[in-house]
Design a protein around this ligand. Structure first.
Ligand code: ZN
Length: 206
């Protein structure tokens, strides 16, 4: 798939997430791994753009360390670019998406003292790559939020291997990250986690 086609695909996802209320104002950020031979560089959303107004002009490209490529030096990448870079250290990750929904914010805040959320028994768990039955438990890690993104990404890198096969994480009171082997798979993972967190939140409120 060409870079242009991937940009169009991601743009549709950004608009859809914004319409769902999962990325209010300028929040949230999105990226994909550039196609070969540039697979060590990434296309990511620029900082500070209202996601309801986002166009393909608002994408930029960064290297594996999250630094803007030469042609994009005048543009500021998303503040959370280093989290994307850290996730792309896993070779299978092709897209990283991040949402700030009310549900993921509330639920991750309520459980900010926990290391992870245990999710089991729900049919929609099968929307996660590699999961074929609801009779399973997914542990979605929760990390304390920080404005020091270099620290935060290093901290996440240290422990993410404790959650093999779980394509997502929560930042407490902040939002959800999910990734996948394609933009479509990462989008599906965001939808699945948003849905499951909503279910858990509603069940706890009873
Ligand atoms: Zn964020």
């Amino acid at each position: 798939m060409s870079k242009q086609a991937l940009q169009q695909e991601l743009l549709s996802v950004i608009q859809w997430f914004h319409a769902k209320g999962w990325a209010p104002a300028t929040s949230a950020n999105y990226s994909f791994r550039n196609p070969a031979p540039d697979q060590n560089t990434f296309t990511i959303s620029r900082s500070g753009i209202d996601k309801g107004q986002f166009t393909v002009e608002d994408f930029m490209e960064v290297d594996a360390n999250g630094q803007a490529l030469e042609a994009f030096r005048s543009v500021k990448p998303s503040a959370e670019t280093l989290i994307h870079s850290m996730l792309y250290e896993q070779a299978a990750v092709q897209a990283v998406l991040h949402t700030h929904s009310v549900v993921n914010t509330v639920y991750s805040w309520k459980h900010r003292a926990a290391a992870c959320v245990n999710i089991s028994g729900f049919e929609l768990l099968k929307g996660i790559a590699g999961v074929s039955t609801h009779e399973t438990t997914i542990q979605l890690p929760i990390y304390e939020n920080s404005q020091d993104i270099a620290y935060l990404s290093a901290h996440i890198r240290e422990s993410l291997h404790n959650y093999p096969g779980v394509p997502g994480l929560l930042l407490a009171g902040h939002g959800l990250y999910a990734w996948g082997s394609s933009i479509a798979e990462a989008k599906r993972h965001i939808e699945v986690f948003e849905f499951l967190l909503d279910c858990l939140n509603q069940l706890e409120g009873r």
